[in-house]
Ligand binder design. Structure first.
Ligand code: AMP
Ligand code: MG
Length: 338
């Protein structure tokens, strides 16, 4: 199969919508990362997504909508707190897990009785959903296990020959996937996967905000988890990644001890970094910049053929927890204190 790289004009989106209507899978931009889009109501279309990604079939797909009312037919009920969240954070990078209605096939929900629903802010995504006339299932558009794609080039690298088309809408503005939450009791929110919408943001709605254990700890493969994606190997470049807890004033000395095939990823360039044997890549000096750069960096390490990379611990606050969650998995939870 030839993979066509489309732009994001109305004509391009119309073409992509025709493919979706025909049961095909299309690369779709969102504000978080690129997704692999297909008709969420069609079991065979969802199966094609799993096949293109090489994704385990018990790892559920998020279903995307382009107007609030679309959620009504997709879930059994919507608690008041979910309505509040949708008012405050939609359209945007938030996925809410709710009991699924019968029209969502188990092929889409990964066999679960629940479904994650998201209303993206990206206009190309919204137009594609609208023109397709169906809710769209869309996981991140990477091969299972690889870093998520934040531009059309990344999708092409992973999906060339596996899907018929990709809509190119430039770089994703956020760079890490949506926050996934479920609800507990009348007014509890549990974060299953952190994202741009943070625990601090949910505190504006309720003081009962819980962070699932799987967010910052490793989960055994055979363990039952609230968010199935957490048990799988994730975001891993070929390069061996380690997180370092290190004071700024020790950075230059540590970097000086590293060999040519190694990279150190730091908030800003280290002084005189051109004199280092190792490569020095920039992570960014805010949590938002680190979120936007993370997946690009993980791919760049492989392009540069680095065999080892040290990342400084992600900055805390806001989207920082999402960066740490992804990086911990990329690093197979290796954190060292220097
Ligand atoms: P991705 O599609 O790559 O962004 O990953 C979606 C992730 O969202 C999955 O791996 C799950 O961890 C989580 N998720 C999606 N739907 C559900 C659900 N119904 N229940 C719990 N977690 C979900
Ligand atoms: Mg993913």
């Amino acid at each position: 199969m030839r993979t066509e790289l489309l732009g994001c004009s109305d004509e391009d989106i119309k073409l992509a919508a025709q493919l979706i209507k025909a049961g095909e899978v299309v690369g779709m931009p969102t504000e978080t990362v690129y997704g692999l889009a297909a008709n969420a109501l069609e079991p065979n279309a969802s199966k094609k997504i799993y096949k293109a990604k090489g994704r385990p079939s018990d790892n559920p797909l998020i279903v995307h909508i382009c107007e609030l009312e679309m959620i009504n037919s997709l879930v059994k009920y919507i608690p008041d707190i979910a309505k509040e969240c949708s008012k405050k954070f939609w359209s945007g990078p938030l996925t809410m897990v709710l009991p699924k209605s019968d029209i969502i096939p188990f092929e889409t929900s990964g066999g679960l009785d629940t479904v994650g629903i998201r209303f993206p802010a990206n206009q190309t995504a919204c137009k594609l959903i609208e023109k397709s006339g169906v809710p769209i299932a869309a996981p991140s558009a990477n091969r299972s296990g690889s870093p998520s794609p934040t531009c059309a080039k990344h999708v092409f690298e992973d999906m060339n020959g596996r899907i018929p088309a990709i809509l190119d809408d430039g770089s994703c503005s956020i760079g890490v996937e949506s926050t996934v939450i479920c609800f507990e009791g009348e007014d509890g929110i549990r974060i299953l996967r952190p994202g741009f919408i943070s625990a601090e943001d949910f505190m504006q709605i309720t003081d009962k905000v819980y962070i699932d254990k799987g967010v910052l700890h490793s989960v055994a493969n055979d363990q039952k988890v609230a968010s199935p994606g957490m048990k799988y190997k994730h975001y891993s470049p070929a390069c061996d990644v380690t997180i370092i807890d290190i004071d700024n004033h020790k950075l230059a000395e540590f970097a000086g001890s590293l060999s040519e095939s190694t990279a150190i990823v730091t908030p800003n360039l280290i002084e005189n970094s051109q004199k280092l044997k190792c490569k020095n890549l920039v992570f960014g000096d805010t949590a938002e910049k680190q979120a936007k750069n993370l997946f690009d960096l993980l791919r760049e390490l492989d392009e540069l053929k680095c065999t080892k990379a040290y990342f400084t611990r992600p900055l805390e606050g806001g989207v920082g927890m999402a960066v740490l969650n992804r990086l911990l998995r990329a690093a197979a939870f290796k954190v060292i204190k220097i």
